[in-house]
Design a protein. Structure first.
Lengths: 96, 546, 248
């Protein structure tokens, strides 16, 4: 996909960052932040996922714009599924 | 195949390069795989067709006298599943798309030939499992598998049917993947996106839908299987689940699936109409972009299948509005096709007859879709024969006629033979008449209130049902005729040259049938698509053959 | 409305115009329907990313089900989440992150032609994958022993006793556990497939098949592995961290 050879130091750095974020998210979940708990957890998870995608999966280094389009399109599509389905559930009159 | 030898004893092409069953079952040639698919889907068309005839025979009389109610439930369920997953969804992409996509873009094969063969094997395996499911218990849930009946109450082979369609789904996904990569990466020099035949644009859009939609069906069916086998409660209201969640997930795929079924036929239309009007397509960019728009918008409308199922009024309003908007790109195509024919030099060949039938019948089907998108009307006609007529106008009057038109148009390229033109026109006429007689009465009976999936009905609907069944038998004749004369033509048909229609397109610039690697030299494209200004004004091979 | 022509050179001429001619010193891995290795590599990469897009939609369906039922049954989801072992979940997340590191380093080793390092890294990857599956097995076993597996033996009285402050309907808790097993089960199945895939990759790497001129299967298998890791990165907070706040 790309001939760019990433330095092993960068890989190790990313690895450490991911481990730290993992510990962080586990620890923060034990602190009461109210509704923010969920948001923080998802933000950290998305951060980790982005790091894996950008550096380990070489999304940052690829010259192919198709790859980025495929990733963004699939995230958008799964978003359509979530948003339009939940549009029904959050507007239903019957409480559950 | 001894017939191939009589085409031209010296020239080697894809049909006579290698004989024997192994050269076919282990082929990676996209053209041979297309023919393998042709045999498979034709077989399933027969299976689905026989189921349809049994349904229509039962409905000749108001009483339930031909089959039991349980059997009738199995008939319509299996008719739907076989026709949708084993005929309509593969049909044009797997047969015509497989054959033509590399030819039209000037490539030697698809990007992943072995995955192409795997796609076919997956469909065959899925088909065998489905046939087994039908023979051992059948399926009576409707092709829609609604829960909790399918997960908790049905005593039929739901698990097998679910697994079968799961596997068939992967066949579809892999075909879509192959097409997208091929179209992006393997176009010949000079074949820019704006010079691509619109058949390719249509298949590109179809492949996007296959890639993004089918996996959701796969996971949904898997959850249904898990629920049945492990007694989970994801969709069962008694155990805390929501049956509507199943419907949301199911229709998220199954609505775009109908665009998988119609977009390729629309792609075929572009090729046929331009050739037999001797004109370039009117509004190339609009037609290309409308294919992409249909693929995108098609994912935003699924809950219009659920208007009366219990979704909230607000989401029903959203989906109703979005459903109106999805009609716009289709309408754009119809306008562009008619504008293409305007002041063209028309030849009423068999492919064009199918195309004209498509335009009329697809428009009728599409417009009745707008009625269904309206909440007020849908409350009355949902789950009646109005819906059945609507989707058969599009699926049969549209997609199947597009498929038949395409088969006739490219038959010389595929087989090296011409089909008999007069028989072709006759069959097209019979199909058109039979189709309308079958399905137009169904609009009326649905509007008057006859429910779908009912094995008995009030006597007041009998006349319309009898008309419909009579039409079905005529339609069957219309479908059998091409099978007979296509086979006949492989031995006795007039030998076709490279471009019998004087058409424009890379596939017409190589021999009929093409050599295994498609072109003797990689073509270099310097002309625009549908450049009919520079070819002779008449398509040659449309004299009536004896 | 005009369409901009494709910027890059549209289409490639094969080195020879003859369909069966072979370029003089071609890479033995070149398949002949491709013009050159670059086209083949780019086609394989695009194909792999498209496949990952289908996987996103595949898991997406289950994430949608999760979304709906968490919205409806938050309390049961919170309680069910607490009953999962946070220690094992966190360790497993770390294990997968380590395996992603070894995969990324292995691709780099292939790019640099270091065959021995490549094989070692691939074997480490397999080890991490098996550790993950082993821990998953431990977790599932304890769920089975606690009667939290949906079905006839399902019983969440222990959870209800442990968290009397949270109103819990057993049927709704059953939905949580159904989704727990379906999602982690499907993820584990993908891990098993990944382990199988990398076993083959490791074998071919040992045989010397991959080097700076050709490492596409390794790269694409690596993409798959990283994707399965990303799925777990989301599963971890969604299943284990719903509500770990100290209870009053």
């Amino acid at each position: 996909m790309s001939e760019h050879i990433v330095s092993s130091r960068l890989y190790y750095t990313i690895w450490i960052v991911l481990l730290v974020l993992t510990g962080l998210t586990a620890w923060i979940s034990t602190i009461n932040l109210g509704p923010l708990n969920t948001i923080v957890a998802l933000v950290i998870a998305s951060g980790k996922a982005s790091i894996v995608a950008l550096f380990f999966m070489h999304l940052k280094y690829t010259s192919e714009k198709h790859t980025r389009t495929v990733v963004i399109a699939s995230l958008f599509w799964v978003g359509i599924l979530f948003v339009l389905s939940m549009a029904d559930y959050v507007t239903r009159a019957t409480a559950r | 195949m001894s017939t191939a030898a009589t085409i031209s004893a010296e020239r080697e092409h894809y049909l006579n390069k290698g004989y024997g069953i192994r050269s076919w079952l282990f082929t990676t040639d996209h053209k041979r795989i297309a023919l393998l698919y042709l045999v498979t889907i034709t077989f399933f068309f027969f299976v689905g067709g026989i189921l349809a005839l049994l349904i229509r025979l039962e409905l000749l009389t108001p009483a339930g006298d031909l089959v039991q109610a349980d059997t009738y439930n199995k008939l319509f369920s299996e008719h739907g599943q076989v026709m949708v997953f084993f005929f309509l969804i593969p049909s044009i992409p797997a047969v015509l798309g497989n054959f033509l996509v590399p030819l039209m873009i000037g490539a030697k094969d698809l990007a992943f030939p072995r995955i192409n063969l795997l796609s076919w094997y997956l469909l065959v395996i899925a088909g065998i499992i489905m046939l087994h499911a039908m023979m051992v218990g059948g399926v009576d849930t409707g092709w829609t598998f609604y829960t909790p009946f399918s997960t908790a109450f049905s005593h039929t082979s739901v698990v097998e049917a679910g697994i079968s369609i799961f596997i068939a789904g992967f066949s579809s996904i892999l075909t879509g993947l192959n097409f997208v990569v091929t179209i992006h990466r393997m176009r010949a020099p000079g074949m820019t996106w704006s010079r691509l035949p619109l058949f390719i644009w249509a298949h590109y859009a179809t492949s996007i839908i296959q890639l993004l939609g089918t996996p959701v069906l796969a996971i949904t069916l898997l959850l249904v299987v898990f629920e049945r086998v492990f007694k989970l409660g994801i969709f069962d209201p008694i155990r805390g689940g929501d049956p509507l969640l199943f419907q949301h997930l199911f229709w998220f795929y199954s609505h775009p699936a109908v665009y998988i079924m119609i977009l390729p036929a629309m792609g075929v239309m572009n090729e046929i109409i331009t050739c037999f009007s001797r004109k370039r397509i009117f509004g190339y960019s609009f037609v290309a972009m409308s294919s992409i728009a249909i693929a995108v918008f098609g994912f935003l409308v699924w809950a219009h299948h659920m208007f009366v199922a219990g979704i909230s009024l607000y989401s029903a309003l959203i989906f109703s509005l979005l459903s109106y908007s999805v009609a716009v790109p289709s309408a754009i195509k119809v306008f562009n096709w008619t504008a293409t024919m305007y002041k063209g030099s028309i030849t009423y060949s068999t492919p064009l007859l199918y195309a004209l039938g498509f335009i009329g019948l697809f428009t009728m089907g599409g417009m009745t879709g707008l009625y269904l998108a309206s909440l007020g009307i849908d409350v009355h006609v949902t789950d009646t024969y109005f819906v059945i007529a609507h989707f058969h106008y599009i699926m049969v009057g549209g997609a199947v006629m597009g498929y038949l038109g395409g088969m006739h148009y490219w038959w010389p390229k595929i087989s090296g033979r011409m089909y008999p033109e007069s028989w072709g026109r006759l069959a097209a006429l019979i199909v058109f008449i039979g189709f309308n007689l079958t399905f137009f009465p169904q609009f009326v009976m649905g509007y008057l209130g006859m429910p779908r999936r009912y094995w008995q009905y009030p006597a007041e609907f009998q006349v319309l049902n009898v008309l419909s069944t009579a039409g079905a038998t005529i339609l069957a004749v219309g479908y059998l005729l091409p099978m007979v004369y296509f086979l006949w033509s492989m031995r006795y048909g007039k030998i076709a040259d490279a471009n019998p229609w004087n058409a424009v397109g890379l596939e017409w610039m190589t021999e009929s049938p093409p050599p295994t690697f498609n072109f003797d030299e990689t073509p270099e494209v310097t002309w625009e698509a549908y450049d009919y200004g520079r070819v002779p004004p008449q398509p040659r091979e449309v004299a009536v053959e004896p | 409305m005009t369409m901009a022509a494709c910027r890059r050179s549209p289409g490639r001429l094969p080195l020879s115009h003859s369909p069966t001619a072979i370029e003089h010193e071609h890479n033995p891995a070149l398949q002949h329907h491709f013009a050159d290795m670059d086209q083949q590599k780019k086609a394989a990469a695009l194909g792999m990313w498209l496949f990952l897009a289908t996987e996103i939609m595949f898991f997406g369906g289950m994430f949608c089900a999760y979304l709906v039922y968490r919205y409806w049954y938050y309390n049961e989801f919170a309680a069910g989440s607490r009953s999962l072992d946070l220690k094992w979940g966190t360790i497993n997340t770390a294990v997968l992150i380590c395996s992603s590191l070894t995969v990324a380093l292995s691709v780099r080793a292939a790019q640099l032609g270091k065959r021995k390092l490549l094989v070692i890294l691939l074997l480490l990857t397999l080890l991490f994958g098996l550790v993950f599956l082993g821990i998953k097995g431990i977790e599932w076993k304890s769920k089975f022993e606690e009667h939290h597996v949906p079905g006839v033996a399902f019983n969440v009285n222990d959870i209800m006793h442990e968290y009397p402050q949270i109103p819990i309907d057993p049927q709704h808790a059953q939905v949580f556990f159904s989704l727990y097993f379906a999602m982690t089960g499907l993820h584990a199945l993908h891990m098993i497939i990944g382990v199988g895939l990398f076993t083959f990759i490791a074998y071919y790497a040992y045989k010397g098949r991959y080097g700076p001129g050709y490492y596409t299967p390794l790269e694409n298998a690596g993409l798959y592995w990283h994707f399965v890791d990303i799925i777990w990165i989301y599963l971890f907070p969604l299943l284990y961290l719903i509500d770990r706040k100290p209870l009053r």
